[in-house]
Design a protein around this ligand. Structure first.
Ligand code: CNA
Length: 422
């Protein structure tokens, strides 16, 4: 018995809800479908160990077969074990040129944007004040149409401001600069990928972004879809007002994808070919609980190495063809790596193994200048609008100075003329 890529894709659970669905129950850490043999030296918590060491795994009997296969056929072990060192070894021997990076909210927490599900600091943990039926309702379209206020109060924290991207964002930008990035699929809505300079054509903002907004109507009355700018929404949020459509009175919602809404077309246009071509999959800072995004990992070819960099275990289902298999025991190829830690530390390790550490530090140093307090004559630090205002002012000052000079000259000339007349 063996699986081809075709079998994998046929069976992969991507009968898209093309809409965003929360699948916490499928992938969350207390899932019952886990199995033994996690042999990396990562420091797993008790709960995570339990997740990986459930002995009675009758649901997927294939796993016994795979274990024997891998003993008989060592070539099925793409990596020696699930530690980051194994990936570092692989990077040194292989030229990865079609890297796909998937990211979640964990890549932005180090720069102060809270994620959803981190205990204590995550947004879901801090929603008691809104008295929601469930935390996910904050990003549910039906609930938004019924009660938009909690979203607009909360969104102030998430709204893209002048925040400098994290080291991980710059690492992805560097992969793009080096021509190694096939595509960056992000779930984030903070637009820090754009700020970091990842080009639009390499970016799939799978859950939309704050870049634009549209009228979505009100309950029982569809919206007119009039488009509104980021600036318009920002002004309303700052004034603590809910934005309503000036045409039809419907609610205006930023174009971030809520549960129950379709993903952007670009996601569906790109993912299939991208994942067929992907030679290394890097997954950063996500609980892998939102469908269909979390299913993307199943679309990498069955022998493509995949690496999760996250401060807790995620994406393990115990299924022979779905999710990660860090234990290397229930999927055909041993190819999954788990680095349990901070995304930025993981990026540092990867950059180093690719010989890009110095360039990454230089890139960050260069980009950081844009976020330092404006220094006189340091044009790099200023927004285009500020620059324009300054140019206009400079020009008008110059005109004024020239006028003054010419007045002075005139006065001087007049004086000379007067004196010569005398
Ligand atoms: P999540 O479910 O909150 O998961 C984040 C994961 O990252 C968790 O497993 C954390 O333990 C982990 N984590 C947090 N910080 C770090 C760190 N510094 N290093 C390593 N791991 C870390 O968020 P997901 O992205 O998985 O969920 C998808 C939602 C979240 C999308 O719909 C997003 O739009 C939404 N979201 C986005 C932002 C943003 O744009 N910055 C913020 C909050 C939520």
């Amino acid at each position: 018995m063996s699986f081809s890529a075709k079998d994998l894709l046929a069976d992969a659970d991507f009968e898209q809800p093309p809409q965003v669905v929360n699948t916490q129950s499928q992938n969350e850490t207390d899932s019952k479908d886990q199995i033994a043999l996690f042999d990396s030296d990562s420091d797993l918590s008790e709960g995570e160990m339990e997740q990986l060491t459930l002995s009675d795994n009758n649901e997927y009997p294939d796993s016994q077969y795979y274990l024997q296969e891998k003993i008989d056929h060592p070539e099925l072990n793409i990596v020696k074990d699930s530690s980051i060192d194994s990936l570092v070894e692989l990077i040194k021997t292989r030229d990865f040129k079609n890297i796909i990076v998937m990211t979640g909210a964990g890549v932005s927490t180090t720069v102060g944007i809270p994620d959803f599900r981190s205990p204590e600091t995550g947004l879901y943990h801090n929603l008691e004040r809104f008295n929601l039926p469930s935390p996910e309702d904050m990003f549910d379209l039906d609930y938004f149409l019924y009660n938009p206020e909690p979203f607009y109060i909360l969104v102030k924290d998430l709204y893209p401001g002048k925040i400098q991207p994290s080291k991980t964002h710059y690492f992805i930008r560097l992969l793009a600069d080096k021509g190694l990035l096939r595509r960056h699929y992000t779930q984030n809505i903070d637009t820090l990928e754009r700020v970091a300079g990842i080009p639009d054509e390499l970016l799939v903002e799978s859950h939309g972004s704050f870049h634009t907004a549209h009228c979505v109507g009100i309950r029982d009355k569809p919206g007119c879809h009039k488009e509104y700018s980021k600036q318009y929404i920002k002004e309303k949020i700052n004034a603590k007002e809910v934005p309503y459509c000036t045409e039809c009175g419907g609610l205006v919602k930023p174009d971030i994808v809520f549960f129950g809404e379709e993903l952007p077309q670009k996601f569906f246009d790109c993912y299939f070919e991208d994942f067929q071509k992907c030679d290394l999959l890097l997954v950063f800072g996500t609980s892998l609980t939102v469908q269909p995004f979390c299913n993307l990992i199943d679309f990498a070819s069955i022998d493509t190495p995949r690496c999760l960099i996250n401060n807790r275990l995620a994406g393990v289902t115990g299924h022979p063809r779905k999710g990660f298999d860090f234990s290397g025991s229930f999927q055909k190829y041993r190819r999954d790596i788990f680095y349990k830690g901070n995304c930025d530390d993981g990026s540092t390790i990867l950059a180093k193994s690719m010989g890009l550490e110095d360039e990454l530090n230089e890139l960050i140093a260069r980009e950081s200048k844009k976020f330092q307090k404006p220094v006189v004559n340091n044009d790099e630090n200023k927004d285009d609008e500020v620059k324009k205002e300054e140019t206009d002012k400079k020009e008008s000052d110059e005109v004024k100075t020239n006028e003054d000079k010419s007045n002075k000259n005139n006065t001087g000339e007049d004086k000379i003329n007067e004196e010569s007349k005398k």
